[in-house]
Design a protein. Structure first.
Length: 186
């Protein structure tokens, strides 16, 4: 069962109770004196907490929707780069808390192909502890939020993916590697 659905239904119940409290309906409905809830401070706090919860849930839903839209609108790479066959240079860098390997080379091992035809190929991300290739996972956070992470299948460590470059991390790494390789080979 979806825990979020349960939380949302509990919240709706609380909101209904809060509105009832605010309007003083519950006093009329219930013959029992509400006692503590008659206190304006207590009542104000209850309403404030409930409002905060509502805003929290709405925000989390908005973030989830944004992430979903973002993944749907992510550019589809038609010309997926192939691993270069003739490798001129390689480098390992750390970015977004994980390891990446950059290969600099050309497609075919021909004598004519030189640095001019070379391109950057990004491999990764890899676990910073044991160099295992990481898997992408969405893990729940604070009940309603979801966090996009990379998880290591070997040691189980998890690494948060950056929110600003989510799904686009490798192109950021590629830009950085391109600068490094160009400095080395120009
Ligand atoms: Zn690991």
């Amino acid at each position: 069962m979806d825990i979020r659905a349960v939380i949302v239904s509990i919240l709706i119940g609380l909101i209904t109770a809060a509105i009832g409290e605010l309007l003083g309906i519950s006093e009329r409905i219930s013959p029992v004196d509400t006692g503590i809830l008659n206190n304006i401070l207590v009542r104000g706090t209850v309403v404030f907490v409930i409002l905060a919860l509502v805003i929290y849930v709405l925000l989390s839903l908005m973030i989830k929707r944004r992430d979903k839209l973002r993944s749907e609108n992510a550019p589809v790479v038609f010309t997926a780069k192939q691993r270069p066959q003739k490798i001129i240079d390689k480098i390992k860098i750390k970015k977004f808390g994980v390891k990446w390997e950059g290969l600099y080379g050309t497609r075919r091992d021909l004598p004519t192909s030189g640095v001019d035809d070379a391109y950057v190929y990004v491999d990764g991300p890899y676990c910073p502890k044991d160099d295992t290739k990481l898997k992408s996972r969405t893990v729940p956070k604070w009940f309603v939020f979801e966090e996009n992470t990379w998880v290591c299948p070997h040691c189980g460590s998890s690494h948060s993916r950056p929110t600003t470059h989510y799904l686009d991390e490798d192109s950021v790494v590629e830009d950085e590697l391109e600068r490094i390789f160009q400095q080395r080979h120009d």
